[in-house]
Design a protein around this ligand. Structure first.
Ligand SMILES: N[C@@H](CCC(=O)N[C@@H](CS)C(=O)NCC(=O)O)C(=O)O
Length: 202
């Protein structure tokens, strides 16, 4: 088994934290995006989208998409549980994970892609779009702050994959000019809580 990883990437970090929470060790194959290693013909055979993470199983099966990879490991080592127990909790975790991917992670990624010099020669940047994403993020963070007034974690009373998704998104925000603003005390309390976990720097 081999996990193709991108050290600084938001999505590969989700899988690394998930594995650390589970106490699972997987051989890592680091990919260097600066050297274009995710665009070589060999890598594109693994994932034609050229994105990471990618998990290669011993029988040659290839899994992409961080949540799909996490689901594979949840099945192979069910505890500690990170996707929810039973119908209602599983649905709530799925609901929050999806909301956080679409409402938080996507605009955070888009503001980075459209405003950072890192992406200048990699895509056609539309700075106005990047700025609009940052404006939207302000509203999203205020919404999350209100949500977190009612519970300690994103999907309820305990840490789940929804928290992993959000914490990886906020790491990107912190490093790319879209940090959690001052004054959002519930969100800050949640951030301190998840950042203090031993797995946070996986
Ligand atoms: N939805 C995918 C997104 C994968 C993705 O976009 N990964 C980024 C790193 S966070 C990447 O590999 N980017 C390389 C590129 O766009 O060239 C997942 O959850 O795994």
């Amino acid at each position: 088994m081999k996990l193709y990883d991108l050290k600084a990437g938001m999505n590969p970090r989700r899988v690394r934290i998930f594995l650390a929470e589970k106490g699972i060790e997987v051989p890592i194959a680091p990919i260097d995006m600066m050297k274009g290693e995710n665009q070589t013909p060999e890598f594109l055979k693994l994932n034609p989208l050229g994105t990471l993470p990618v998990l290669e199983l011993d029988d040659g099966t290839i899994l992409t998409e961080s949540v799909a990879i996490c689901r594979y490991f949840e099945f192979s080592k069910p505890e500690p549980n990170l996707f929810g127990h039973g119908g209602v909790e599983q649905a709530r975790v799925e609901m929050w994970n999806r909301r956080l991917e679409l409402e938080l992670m996507r605009p955070l990624a888009e503001q980075f892609r459209h405003l950072s010099p890192f992406w200048k020669d990699r895509l056609t940047q539309i700075p106005e779009y990047g700025e609009a994403q940052r404006t939207r993020l302000g509203q999203v963070m205020e919404w999350l702050d209100r949500e977190l007034a009612t519970r300690p974690y994103m999907a309820g009373e305990r840490y789940t994959i929804a928290d992993i998704t959000a914490q990886c998104a906020f790491v990107l925000g912190k490093n790319t000019g879209a940090p959690i603003p001052d004054g959002l005390h519930n969100l800050k309390r949640w951030w301190d809580l998840v950042s203090s976990r031993p797995t946070a720097r996986a």
